[in-house]
Design a protein around this ligand. Structure first.
Ligand code: PLP
Length: 393
């Protein structure tokens, strides 16, 4: 390509990235300054404070690591898991599977507690696994399983783990900003998230937070963390006290401007209001999709508001419908992952993408395309159902 790249203006209603607010994009276009410039060092403290608000934590070790959510995941595992440890991994979708991979690569033994894809993690199964494996040191689970749309009870799972003397690693990549998440109140020891889901930033940053007990494990390790880049004892010198900041790697300066702005937007709206907004638009989308005749994969009580998985009607060409949505409506929805590939669509309502215009656009576009593809859906009722549900939600 010999000319500038101008991407199309899409509406992003998949599993992430979500639509980015113009405020965030404008913030990212501000001048790049040195990452050890005193002005930038003070700004980093502001990012940390805003993240503490979003995570509902007073943990001093709260910061965005430089990399996508997967790097935050890796940072939690390589720092807390030592060779020879036993780690209980709750797996009810793709990301639980990746947690297991991380445990293995840390030289530890995973004990997997499996639940069906599309269901929450079963607390009783976790309890039993902990009874059977008293040597376990850690429990890892996904709060919001974006691969299926299931929400697990993070508070309950953490309390069970703690009762058995285990620390907790929680994947809150899509939970942050979308559903209630209270790191301190729930006692989550290590949590990672991502910038491009309900925070509505471009991808590339992973907010993490470590509680006191987790920090004790990290600083008391008998073996060094095998990843130099993700070693928190080194990163603490960079993101820690502003007085003693020393070079570790070059932080993605402009990406952090974006995250800061997104966190400001979240604080202006208020966490409770943001959670309520996701729920209200989910109810409108649900009413519209169900009026079309599309069925949700996850039982109602375990559903995420910001990731809606629905079964693809029999005889409908998955890729063709998604292709037409993108081409004709500039609308992106997500495909199924793993064992749900080809069986479901994943419709995201995350952060800046979570608004009534998008709900109606998605329901209307799906109706038009499914009708023209000859799918057995109800027509002429879905938009009104979504609007009515929104009005009464
Ligand atoms: C998106 C996601 C990740 C991975 O984040 P990346 O930014 O793609 O690396 C991990 N866990 C969950 C639950 C996610 O939704």
């Amino acid at each position: 390509m010999t000319s500038s790249f101008h991407p199309p203006q899409r509406t992003l209603m998949g599993p992430g990235p979500s639509d980015v607010s113009p405020r965030v994009l404008q913030a990212m276009a501000r001048p790049t300054i040195g990452h050890l410039d005193p002005v930038f060092v003070a700004f980093m403290d502001s990012v940390k404070e805003l993240l503490q608000v979003a995570f509902q934590t007073a943990n001093p070790l709260t910061m965005p690591v430089s990399g996508p959510g997967t790097v935050g995941m890796e940072a939690c595992f390589v720092n807390l898991v030592q060779p020879g440890d036993t780690v209980i991994v709750c797996r009810n979708g793709v990301f639980g599977g990746r947690m297991r991979e991380n445990v293995v690569r840390c030289g530890a033994t995973p004990v997997v507690v499996d639940d069906p894809w599309g269901r929450a993690v079963d607390p009783e199964k976790l309890e039993r696994a902990l009874e059977e494996h008293p040597q376990a040191k850690l429990v890892a689970f996904v709060h919001a399983e974006t691969s299926t749309g299931a929400r697990s009870d993070a508070q309950l799972l953490a309390s069970i783990a703690h009762r058995h003397g285990c620390l907790v690693i929680a994947d809150c990549v899509t939970a942050l900003g979308g559903i209630p998440l209270k790191v301190d109140e729930w006692g989550l020891d290590a949590v990672y998230s991502g910038s491009q889901k309900c925070l509505s930033c471009p991808p590339g940053l992973s907010p993490v937070t470590f509680g006191e007990a987790a920090v004790k494990v990290i600083t008391g390790r008998s073996t060094p963390v095998q990843s130099w880049f993700s070693d928190m004892t080194l990163i603490m010198g960079y993101w820690g006290s502003a007085q003693r900041r020393s070079y570790h790697h070059t932080a993605p300066v402009n990406a952090l401007y974006g995250l800061h702005e997104a966190l400001l937007i979240l604080r202006e709206e208020g966490l409770e209001n943001a959670w309520a907004r996701h729920r209200r638009h989910h109810l409108a989308l649900k009413a519209g999709l169900e009026a079309l005749g599309l069925a949700f994969v996850v039982p109602e009580a375990e559903r995420l508001p910001h990731l809606n998985s629905v079964s693809i009607p029999a005889g409908v060409d998955d890729a063709k419908v998604r292709g037409r949505l993108l081409e004709e409506y500039n609308l992106e929805i997500g495909a199924g992952l793993g064992e749900l590939a080809g069986k479901v669509w994943r419709i995201g309502l995350m952060g800046h993408s979570c608004n009534l215009t998008n709900v109606l656009r998605c329901v209307g576009a799906l109706e038009a395309i499914l009708e023209s593809e000859g799918a057995p859906i109800a027509t002429g009722v879905a938009l009104e159902a979504a609007r009515a549900a929104f009005a009464t939600a």
